[in-house]
Design a protein around this ligand. Sequence first.
Ligand SMILES: Nc1nc2c(ncn2[C@@H]2O[C@H](COP(=O)(O)OP(=O)(O)OP(=O)(O)O)[C@@H](O)[C@H]2O)c(=O)[nH]1
Ligand SMILES: [Mg+2]
Length: 451
Amino acid sequence: MNDTIAAISTALGVGAVSIIRLSGSDAIDVVNKIFKGTDLTKQETHTIHYGHIVDGDEIIDEVLVSIMLAPRTYTREDVVEVNCHGGINTTNKVFSLILSKGVRLAEPGEFTKRAFLNGRIDLLEAEGVMDLINAKSEKMRKLAINQVEGRVSKLIKSLRNKVRDILINIDVNIDYPEYEDILVVTNEMIKESIKSIKEEAERILKESENSRVIKEGIKTIIIGRPNVGKSSLLNKLIDEEKAIVTDTPGTTRDIVEGDVNIDGIILNVIDTAGIRQTDDKIEQIGVSKSMKLINETDLVILILNNNEGITEDDLDLLEKTKQTKRIIFINKDDLPSKLDESKLEGENVIYGNTMSENGLENLKNRIKELFSIDKIEHADLTYLSNARQIGLLNEVMKVIKDVETALNDNLPIDMLAIDLKRIFELLGNIVGENYSEELIDELFKQFCLGK
Ligand SMILES: Nc1nc2c(ncn2[C@@H]2O[C@H](COP(=O)(O)OP(=O)(O)OP(=O)(O)O)[C@@H](O)[C@H]2O)c(=O)[nH]1
Ligand SMILES: [Mg+2]
């Protein structure tokens, strides 16, 4: 049996109301001891009661107390919520009175952890709750609520059921080969099922990429030779004179960053030191930082100068960034063109300048296309949304590929069962079956207090 826990569930500060939440078998008794009004132990579930919190004869606060009896509660235990007046003093006084009656201060996320351990929600739904609390944009909220509502869990569970069905059929074939009326499972049949499972998993994975974009934004770096206008572009994009702009090449030494919101998706833009061969020690450090960033980024905006020919340094940068999503922004198109376009054939090129801001809209639109931002806008946002979940589904894809190889090699079906069981297990892990205690502890610690 769990002990009874309590926490202040609202943010601490001055406000009209604060909510203190308790969960566990003693929750009602404890509050009843300090409550003057009706007898809380005799009330129906899901009812609200007016009265006073008292410390002996002293009235501490005038409150409303909600009684919710197990099992129809968030934690599936008895839950009591005390709505007291907001403000740090009153809330803390009521709260310390409650704690003095023998309940324990809840750990962060412990209410949700209990909801999970008591089977009220699965792990995906629990992670959704956390994302909902932390949602910084409308899209993040939508993504999270779909997870809380179990829509994502449903997808994963239905995949898992398909794997279970194959496993059951294989087992029957192995255990009762003499039965004539059972379906004889053939490699061809498994191939069909595996194909549809794989397609579905692939689709979920692909769409889940969007969720990363929604939650973490698009990491973008602006690179290019010194003086091509990198810092000028950053400043225009974020609409703030954040980076220093001068006509001296090598002005930016360290990275400067800022955020741009493109239709609800955050572009985290980093301006870097201009890249060139240099003997200047400080500049060298800046250059090597810039180079390192290329490998950690989602998008590279490589700037060339319209008013100069393409140099060796430019070609070097074109080569070094060819593995990353990139847009080539040919800046200073207000000046005469001296650039040999033939070297950029087939590239994603946009002309513009940071003086009149010509080309900036085009640049933003190209980014929207590259990351399908319009599609995300209209998608139903039923995706996996964190590295744990996506990592597990990637693992599933790997094992599916093993199964496919085994099927193509015509291995006996009982050999396939091991891999299929692994897939079944991994899909279970996504929704939190067979969880390790350590993982659960770590996960819920990231929650806020009182949730
Ligand atoms: N004519 C013209 N000048 C520009 C344009 N964009 C930037 N400049 C000028 O080019 C010079 C360099 O601009 P920065 O933005 O500092 O260039 P940078 O690439 O950050 O340079 P480093 O930090 O030295 O690598 C400044 O004098 C700007 O005013 C443009 O579109 N047209
Ligand atoms: Mg600069």
